[in-house]
Design a protein around this ligand. Sequence first.
Ligand SMILES: *[C@@H]1O[C@H](CO)[C@@H](O)[C@H](O)[C@H]1NC(C)=O
Ligand SMILES: *[C@@H]1O[C@H](CO)[C@@H](O)[C@H](O)[C@H]1NC(C)=O
Ligand SMILES: *[C@@H]1O[C@H](CO)[C@@H](O)[C@H](O)[C@H]1NC(C)=O
Ligand SMILES: *[C@@H]1O[C@H](CO)[C@@H](O)[C@H](O)[C@H]1NC(C)=O
Ligand SMILES: [Zn+2]
Length: 955
Amino acid sequence: MGKGFYISRPLGFVLCGLGIVAMLTIFSLSVVYTKEKRKNQVTAINETGMVTTAAPHTTPAPSNEPWDKYRLPDTLLPEYYNVTLWPRLVPDEQGMYIFTGTSGVALTCIKETNLIIIHSNKLNYTLTLEKHHAKLTGLGGTSAPAILKTWFQTQTQFMVILLNEKLEVGKSYWLYMEFRGELSDDLAGFYRSQYTENGVKKVVATTQMQATAARNAFPCFDEPSMKAVFHLTLQHPPETVALNEYHTNPSHLTQKVPTRFKPTEKMSTYLLAFVISEFTKIQSSEKTNVLIRIWGRKEAIESGQGDYALNVTFPILKYFENYYNTTYPLSKSDQVALPDFAAGAMENWGLVTYREQSLFYDPKESSNGDKEWVVTVIAHELAHMWFGNLVTMRWWNDLWLNEGFASYVSYLGADYAEPTWNIVSNIYIYSIYFRAFAVDALVSSHPLSSREDEVITPDQISQLFDTITYSKGAAVLRMLSEFLTESVFAKGLHNYLHEYAYSNTVYTDLWKKLQEVNSRIQLPASIKEIMNRWILQMGYPVVTIDTRTGNISQQHFLIHPEAVVEKPSDYNYEWFVPITWMKSGSNMGQHWLLTKTALYEPMKTGTDWLLANLNVMGYYRVNYDPQNWERLLTQLTTDHKVIPVLNRGQIIDDAFNLARAQIINITLALRTTKYLLKEKEYIPWESAIRNLQYFFLMFDRTEVYGPLQTYLRRNVQPLFDHFQNITSNWTQKPPRYMDQSNQINAISMACRTGVKGCSELTRMWYRQWMKNPDSNPIPPNLKNTVYCNAIAAGGVEEWDFGWQMFKKSTIAAEAEKLLYGLSCTKEPWLLNRYLEFTIDPKQVRKQDAAFAIVYISGNVIGQPLVWDFVRAKWEQITKDYDDGSFFFGRLIQGITKKFSTEFELKQRLKEDIAASSFSFGTQAIEQAIEKTKANIKWVSKNKAQVMNWLTEQST
Ligand SMILES: *[C@@H]1O[C@H](CO)[C@@H](O)[C@H](O)[C@H]1NC(C)=O
Ligand SMILES: *[C@@H]1O[C@H](CO)[C@@H](O)[C@H](O)[C@H]1NC(C)=O
Ligand SMILES: *[C@@H]1O[C@H](CO)[C@@H](O)[C@H](O)[C@H]1NC(C)=O
Ligand SMILES: *[C@@H]1O[C@H](CO)[C@@H](O)[C@H](O)[C@H]1NC(C)=O
Ligand SMILES: [Zn+2]
């Protein structure tokens, strides 16, 4: 997913007060996809077609029965399916929305067996005349054995069919079933989404199959390598339109129901999609053999919200056709915006589905950040049309290659569509590298690649949709493409896509293809040997360069200095590191560090400064001897422009992280921010603000807060003045794109630290808006920070106005900003009321609930309220939000990020979790505990020093 099912399921942590950053982060590809583990109740349908409630499933008792294993046996292969589905878009007498269906699958026996095991989850079956749940016949003149017995294994989500005789190798059979399922609002499988248009409720029937929910829609062999052709027929009301991977037969383009689609290409079940809706569309007029259409709510499409997506889709498709040197495999590209969608987007082949704010853009209402989000998500999803869809990973353990790759090239595609934005260098760095750097510096991180037998259950699969998979995957592939050169990389890709089209691969197949085409670039080892170190061991190195001697060394970078790494690594936590460097603004070089330590004379500098990891192409941090750090600091204060802008951001980020890991002194890190008085560029400010965010999180309830505010206020004042100037007193938009982004930083930092005039400015805008709700005077880029600051400075009147605007908003990106702004109030009762609203689906859509709660926990007053609230409502939340997938990981990560005291660690995390029925993905919890421990140590070690340093600065 893009940000898919999980992807594009977005959200890491929210930086309160930082508009664009918050939006980008929220939506970042790598959301925390950790899925909640279904706990105590497993509702399922037992053998007689009745719903049963199984006991909490702990570790399954070891069993050798094939139906107790989660993986399908290797005895049968599906060839094609004939599926007919009929969703009812109105509730039945019991108030339930249901769908009925029939499905036949042609399967070939490749190993003798008297069992048919096929995935099925939450479906009720009709009994045949012989009182079985399925019918088996032979194809091509074969006769089929009789069915002895059929039953359902709810835990492994199988329907099992026992036959009286064995199926014959090489023969094909037709397995036919009739069934009924719920078209529920759980955002998984075949589900429903709702919205209101002109006061009328509209129901959309749509799908989200990745990773393991195709089996909720119809019985199927639901594994990515079980590729087959799908013949789909949808029964639907005549006023609705039905979409699938393919067109209906062109002669049927007039609305005729049922809609019978042309057979799909040979494809994986998780990439199927179908949508039945009253949506309207726009389509490209470009002369092309691919039909490009954007679908959505009538109101949104007619007001032009889909225009931007339509504008960029064609160039992005062209870019990828060219980049892969392979034509787009299908004849059309539909993209649909859904009012309810769990991930950010999902790359269904030819029918990509999105959250509204991932596809819709409104030039009047949306910010630059919204636009960046849209173009990068579209590029991510379209990149999958080849990489992932045409060639698919054999099993989910290689998900990192699929998602890391799409995340990497999404920036190339987006850059092609928006060449003036500098997406690759500016936005990329933060949404990919620094997100991955943060999570991968924990001992609870994990290697990119897992063994196939380590990822078996649906929960294990959905836990893979995390920051490591998306962001680290992208970072290491970018590093590979960089040292291999983009042209060799693209050539290898082309060969890979051609050799494995319509089939499945493991990641070493890609290495092989790249190795074959590389004749030019001298590498110190094979691609496999180099890359194994980056993908088979977790973490990354900090490279230390001693410019006095030319000694370089590497060490596994861990943010928590006393953390003990328990997972062994075959490579001893050493990497093959491609080091690029420059000296005093000229004189560049490159060198491979292949051992723990090495002597490399050219790194000796005398009085020059040395800077390594140019433009942050490599997935590692850099530390230097103290003299070199001083020389870099001197260069920053005298003429910072000699150092490339990305590396100015890197110096700050590396210094703060090295300080957190206690490798360098905290005051050295703080000193990297002193030159910001003169800095006007986005990247270094962004880096500083992100790192200082940690200081806010840790110190906003302590005596350090005052001096921190004073110091930062002085630093940001010139930036605030600069923007006031270049915008003619806030009346115009800064002309440069990156300045538009940095203006948001200027205002949010200024307001946060109390720069004079800032709060007044935001309140003035907001009040103007309250006076005239139909005309919002707030510049779209600044809305996040203005809403937040004005609502924080105001009372119930401001809050209620914001809430009304939220309820009225028909633009998803606008609603999202208000959702965030509302969390900024300083009134506990308003926050509590807001929390109640968040878990009432009539007030806040389920897809947004976790975001809202996490936003509230970013507020210093809201944080304790949220923790109490979540614990008190845990039963309800787990019950109602169970299938929303990202929900729980997001929630835990978000609400625990401020924890910094023993009390919080002991009393809250561990005991509460033990005492409650929490049982979700252990990874999110382990990471939260590890981070809290590190926070405690850090605060006790550094508080006094930080306090002293800050106090000295103001004298
Ligand atoms: C199926 O579930 C129903 C309702 O819980 C129960 O009465 C019935 O005995 C179960 N059948 C089997 C075979 O377990
Ligand atoms: C499946 O559907 C296709 C297309 O409608 C049809 O040609 C084929 O005969 C069907 N297969 C079976 C076994 O019914
Ligand atoms: C499936 O059967 C059970 C038991 O009869 C029933 O409670 C449930 O609502 C059924 N589901 C659907 C979608 O019909
Ligand atoms: C889409 O492209 C058209 C034609 O170039 C342009 O006029 C329009 O402003 C674009 N719309 C958006 C939202 O970018
Ligand atoms: Zn993806």
